[in-house]
Design a protein around this ligand. Structure first.
Ligand code: PMP
Length: 488
């Protein structure tokens, strides 16, 4: 196909001026960039007119498809009033409406009674209710712009909470191996993916690392369910030993997404909540990736009747339209920040675009559509299709493990199925599969050797099947090629 002058110019300008995130720019400069100019439903179109199925929801954000009429209209309506005004010292109409709506939505989802202990006697005996009232409701919305800032806000809130309570020394956080909570320095400090985070180690603050609930590659060398949650036992010891130094524990509920779509076994999340309550440690649920239906429920915590003390939301909050995040805290936390002006208990945090009216209008329209289109109900059949496909491809020679939480799925490729020996990271196996799928009109982005499947929730069944067929044939084609290359 002849390339128009305008398209040639766009390619040149991209190479000349954009530094792409999480991208080795030397490689990027050698490749032909895919430049997107349009989207519709679950498809995106490049400047040359080729359509791709958006297999990763434009980086896990798109929920209801591109160019969704109702969201387009909501943004346009808001645009006729005002695009932006600050929440520092002012309020705005969509931010108020959305805050109420988010609290209602979270409470409806997490209508959990106090958490009963796991099994007969709980993890290790009963629960001591600490100095806080556990499981008070999430009622206060603090806006920011993206998942990382939602996490920064949560960490700073948790840290200051204890100070305002008059309790010193709670300066550390607990996070999990394989965790990913964003790219700002605070969020990286609670991250646990060496390849992304290790380079910044000298800049990071202290965190205690609990084991990842990664049953396929258990770092404790155990097997589920025979392990009886040995990872939680280890976490319990850590919390018991250091509880007086810990402000909060942060966790991606149900699935460690960027760590490789690592799903935790049933009961694990509830166990974590129980431990936080027992040792009087705030629990931060980072639902940035899992929120808004991705796991089959509105929020992942709902699956295990868990109510965190702080919840971080972003990505799907606007249906994938605009940058927006919300950190939602309990009354207990909010109340600790109340005082006289001179007390300096104010939460000194806020971004220029905090509570942006256009983004809040998009989010309200998205929540309306969740109800109107019964999005959660529609996921049952699609999740069945996805799970049945995962069950089939599990048998492929180079598929080591398949994992999913609702419509978030990962397929881990291995060099040797029996020994679980991974492909070397530098072989870029995941990427090779992704490039192959791209040729066939499906856009996916892997995490190392893990192929990620996370289409918009609104994807029609026939498109989901097409996506899965292309991914399967790409895995087969690429892994076969490497078998041949290994023999040769
Ligand atoms: N938390 C989780 C669980 C995430 O998956 C991500 C992004 N993938 C983030 C936080 C950071 O979000 P953002 O990229 O919007 O800063």
């Amino acid at each position: 196909m002849a390339i128009s002058d305008e398209n040639k110019q766009l390619e040149k300008l991209d190479r000349g001026y954009i530094w792409h995130p999480f991208t080795q720019m030397k490689e990027w400069l050698d490749e032909k960039p895919i430049i997107i100019s349009e989207g519709r439903d679950c498809f995106i179109r490049d400047i040359y007119g080729k359509w791709y199925l958006d297999g990763v929801s434009s980086l896990w954000v798109n929920i209801l498809g591109h160019r969704k009429k109702e969201i387009d209209e909501a943004i346009n309506r808001q645009l006729e009033r005002i695009a932006h005004s600050t929440l520092l010292g002012l309020s705005n109409v969509p931010a108020i409406r959305l805050a109420e709506r988010l609290v209602q939505t979270v409470q409806k989802s997490l209508t959990s009674p106090p958490h009963p202990p796991l099994g007969k006697g709980g993890l290790r005996g009963g629960i001591d209710s600490g100095s806080r009232t556990p499981n008070s409701k999430l009622t206060k919305v603090f806006y920011s712009d993206n998942g990382s800032t939602a996490v920064e806000v949560a960490l700073k809130m948790a840290f200051q909470y204890w100070r305002h309570k008059g309790i010193d020394g709670r300066n550390a956080f607990v996070s999990l191996e394989n965790a990913y909570h964003g790219d700002t320095i605070g969020a990286v400090s609670v991250g646990g993916i060496d390849i992304f985070h290790e380079a910044f180690r000298p800049l990071l603050f202290k965190t205690y690392k609990a084991p990842s609930p990664h049953c396929y590659r258990c770092e404790l060398g155990k097997k589920y369910p025979g392990c009886k949650f040995a990872c939680l036992d280890k976490m319990a010891k850590l919390l018991k030993t250091h509880s007086k130094k810990i402000a909060a524990l942060i966790i991606e509920p149900l699935i460690q997404a960027a760590g490789g779509m690592i799903t935790s076994p049933p009961g694990y999340l509830k166990g974590v909540r129980e431990l936080c309550t027992r040792y009087d440690i705030l629990m931060i649920a980072d639902e940035v990736a899992t929120g808004f239906g991705r796991t089959g429920r509105m929020f992942a915590c709902e699956h295990e009747d868990v109510v965190p003390d702080i919840m971080c939301l972003s990505k799907g909050i606007t249906g994938g339209y605009m940058p927006l995040a919300a950190t939602i805290a309990t009354d207990d936390i909010y109340n600790a920040f109340l005082g006289q002006f001179k007390d300096l208990k104010t939460f000194f945090h806020g971004h220029s675009y905090t509570g942006n009216p256009l983004a809040c209008a998009a989010a309200l329209a998205c929540l309306d559509l969740f109800e109107k289109e019964e999005v959660l109900k529609s996921l049952k059949k699609k999740t069945e299709i996805l799970e049945s496909w995962l069950g089939e491809i599990r048998d492929l020679q180079h598929v080591g493990d398949v994992r999913n939480a609702g419509m978030m799925a990962g397929v881990e490729l291995v060099r040797n199925k029996k020994t679980k020996k991974p492909y070397d990271w530098s072989e870029k196996m995941g990427w090779r599969v992704a490039y192959h799928a791209r040729e066939k009109g499906v856009f996916i982005r892997p995490l190392g050797n893990v192929i990620v499947i996370m289409p918009p929730l609104s994807i029609r069944e026939e498109n989901l099947e097409r996506l899965l067929n292309v991914v399967r044939s790409s895995i087969v084609a690429v892994t076969k090629k490497t078998i041949r290359a290994n023999i040769a």
